[in-house]
Design a protein around this ligand. Structure first.
Ligand SMILES: C[S@@+](CC[C@H](N)C(=O)[O-])C[C@H]1O[C@@H](n2cnc3c(N)ncnc32)[C@H](O)[C@@H]1O
Length: 454
């Protein structure tokens, strides 16, 4: 497709008619670099067109594609690369739209759609509600104006459960206030499942002596971020009662909006620092903290606080980064630190593009949106672990290791090497396995432990 001649071309109409592509754009961050490049160029071509006077006539299908592209850019938090010429052109377009709306003149819907593909429409000064828009533009306004406003209105209602005083916690909080993570859009609904069946499926063994979930569990989600994990759990275990805490109010506001929209009423959210949770006077049957402790100044101190809140026989799920799996990520993080690259949107975008140009692409989903990229490569605090370190903590605190959450493929491979059924919950065997398969825990180690009554 020749992008400079694209408007009105059959090619563009054919692309706009691809319902699956439009759905992809609207539902999750695109994770394919060829598609990313195509959409980056298409966006630039649409920007030139939108600045023409008068703007070109486009078909409803092409307008729908422009809006879907803008939704995509909002979902990936404007990660696509932007040239200096585009920056200037976006400024011109923004002024044009602002002046027209302020003067009460009709604005071409395409102009609003293209603007929303470069910056959130909430940043426009005048109110877009003064004009009636075609459905795709109205949906875009919901995504980029109404939903963020609804989150902002949640902020005041989030209770602060503990003080936040630790200097690392304050830095981490700042990161996630600017870039709440993960910026999920949809999660597929899941069916309610007994905890035994759930753990059997995830850990590939049937742990004995689990507490009864007949009346549900009191569950703490420590470091709930934007709530996806808590919502999934509330669907899986609808009889349970959840407290979900995080440092970041912006993340909690996102979580609360999504929870309300999903019609879920058994999650209470609060702002708290894991390190301070000892002061809330609560205890829990289940505590989950996935991808959180490795961002604390002292992860093991945080883990001890969580253990102090766990009831006898209670279950705990922990997610920690693996040093072996993150070796190549660490090389990139070291490069960022050496070059003093700041975690601003512009610098993240430019550095990411540089990685793409050099073919150094981390093959993880987080690379394809802004908050993910910041979380993955630019985090203000990251600790990494080895299995022997985890084992030492578990042994020191008399915990029972139940198993790692792992894919069936990895479990099959593991069992070929360690056929004894008991090996699946033997950390020494897993350590040996990881030494020869260092990418096994690329996402992170996610494992369950139980605090047996002594
Ligand atoms: C990588 S995100 C993971 C979010 C969520 N657990 C998930 O799996 O989607 C890490 C989250 O931990 C939170 N966090 C980090 N340190 C924390 C602390 N000391 N107390 C509470 N939350 C913390 C951050 O604010 C952030 O939302």
């Amino acid at each position: 497709v020749k992008l400079q001649n694209i408007l009105g071309s059959d090619d563009l109409n054919a692309i706009a008619d691809e319902a699956l592509l439009v759905s992809l754009l609207r539902s999750r961050a695109v994770r394919d670099l060829e598609l990313e490049l195509f959409f980056t160029r298409l966006r630039a071509a649409l920007l030139d067109a939108a600045n023409m006077e008068p703007p070109p006539q486009i078909t409803p299908l092409v307008l729908q594609l422009c809006c879907a592209l803008a939704e995509q850019c909002f979902i990936n938090e404007y990660i696509f690369s932007v040239s200096d010429a585009e920056f200037d052109a976006v400024e011109r377009l923004s002024q044009h739209v602002t002046t027209a709306i302020t003067a009460g003149r009709e604005v071409a819907p395409m102009r609003v759609a293209v603007l929303g593909s470069y910056r959130p429409l909430l940043t426009l000064a005048p109110d877009l509600e003064s004009q009636r828009w075609p459905k795709p533009v109205d949906d875009l306004i919901t995504q980029q104006v109404r939903e963020p406003r609804s989150e902002a209105s949640e902020l005041a209602d989030i209770p602060a459960l503990t003080p936040i005083v630790d200097s690392v916690s304050l830095n981490v909080q700042r990161q996630y206030e600017t870039n709440p993570f993960p910026r999920w859009t949809y999660i597929s609904p899941v069916r309610s499942t007994p905890i035994e069946a759930y753990l059997q499926d995830k850990l590939s063994i049937a742990p004995d002596g689990l507490p009864s979930d007949a009346n549900g569990f009191d569950t703490l989600i420590a470091g709930c971020g934007t709530g996806g994990h808590a919502i999934l759990r509330a669907q899986l275990f609808p009889r349970s009662r959840f407290l979900a805490i995080d440092l970041s109010r912006a993340s909690l506001a996102y979580a609360r909006r999504k929870t309300r929209e999903a019609g879920i009423d058994n999650i209470a959210y609060g702002q708290a620092d894991v390190l301070e949770l000892g002061s809330i006077g609560r205890s829990f049957d289940v505590i989950e903290s996935i991808g959180v402790l490795h961002h604390l100044s002292d992860p093991l101190a945080g883990w001890r606080v969580l253990l102090s809140l766990l009831r006898d026989n209670g279950l705990m799920a922990i997610g920690l980064y693996s040093a072996a799996a993150r070796r190549s990520i660490s090389t990139i993080r070291d490069d960022i630190a050496r070059r003093g690259i700041a975690p601003s949107a512009a610098e993240i975008r430019a550095y990411r593009q540089d990685l793409i140009n050099r073919g150094l692409i981390p093959h993880v989903a987080d690379f394809f949106n802004m908050s993910g990229c910041r979380d993955l490569l630019f985090h203000v605090m990251e600790h990494q672990f080895t299995i022997p370190q985890i084992k030492a903590f578990i042994d020191e605190h008399g915990l029972t290791f139940l198993g790692f959450e792992q894919s069936k493929e990895v479990v099959t491979q593991f069992r070929q090497l360690h056929p004894d059924p008991a090996a699946i919950s033997d950390l020494d065997c897993w350590h040996r396995f990881e030494l020869s398969n260092p990418r096994t825990f690329l996402a992170m180690y996610v494992f369950w432990v139980q605090k047996m009554r002594r």
